[in-house]
Design a protein around this ligand. Sequence first.
Ligand code: PMP
Length: 389
Amino acid sequence: MNLFNVYPLFNINPVKAQGSFLWDDKGQQYLDFYGGHAVISIGHNHPHYQKTLKEQLDKISFYSNSVQNELQTELAEKLGRISGYEDYSLFLCNSGAEANENALKLASFHNGKSKVVYFSGSFHGRTSAAVSVTDNPKIVAPVNYDERFIRSEWNNTGQLEDIFEKEGTEISSVIIEGIQGVGGVMIPDAAFLMRIKELCQQYDAVLILDEVQSGYGRSGYFFAHQEYGIQPDLITTAKGMGNGFPIGGVLIHPEFQATNGLLGTTFGGNHLACAAAIAVLDVMKDENLMENARIMGDYIEEKIKMLPHIRSIRRKGLMIGIELDRDCAEVRSRLLYDHHIFTGNSNDKAVLRILPALNIKKEETDLFINALKTVLEGLTTEAAKALTH
Ligand code: PMP
């Protein structure tokens, strides 16, 4: 059987990983500045994570949600404590798209309305409802044309106010990323987020914060929106939550009623997934990783901001978008093939996306900084050579 492959692939086959490094089947070492797309939060194969998962594997890996699972309770308590959302409930599922799917559904059950406002540049996943609120030219989604889904411009408060004025009574929810990742590390301004919150309150709409990529400490806050002090009704999480083990969740405001049969999934919150997510939280706390994300993020920005060909740096903690004066594809492939460093791109072709593990070390960031310097200065030298020929 052939793989139904939908991804463009680099010709690299990683077979081993440790900390911020990967090794391929030929023994070549790579520095991971992409974190497997913001998934690797505490580094590859962290000893505490490995030990916890192995021990759990020897005890019990899975049983159905029809019985008690004390690991789910432990995870909810620890997540509540570290995020400050102690009075919220946690629904556990398996991915970011599934978390958003369930959040959109919860919102409609909560207020009996069906329209959803989403934003230009958004990415919320590839399942049916999640893709309908995703604004990505590469994703084919006929359901996007469903009139329930209303697209609004990012950071455009005026347009959003017009939408609410016209259709507010029918709007069930607004879904917004804490920081847009796939869209090119687009940070919402404080006034925009606050106005969204006010409009949601005024029109009885549910505010869904998608923190799948920007959450779990990556921004230096536990969730990126927390810098602004706003409280969403629903928060979705996944990616960094399991450090590679599939797990997602929805944090649910206490006003929402749990109804039997409303939410559910076979694998959600299984013992292994919970053990992985608990291990991530323990390491984040014990090793002060949110602080490291802030410090290392500041350091990288300081060291690269004067390099040639950089137009702007959009960043919070270790969620970093480096906007170049050109398509980032060549820079990205030189970093990969000449310097053996993984980085990411985004929908905005000029933006190189950097998502290292939150426990990245200074000497590892220096490897990236020096490589980026060589690549960007190389572009300048080539441009100068071309002029003199
Ligand atoms: N929301 C955001 C903000 C994301 O970046 C992603 C994945 N790129 C998703 C949702 C979907 O998550 P998953 O791939 O786990 O379904």
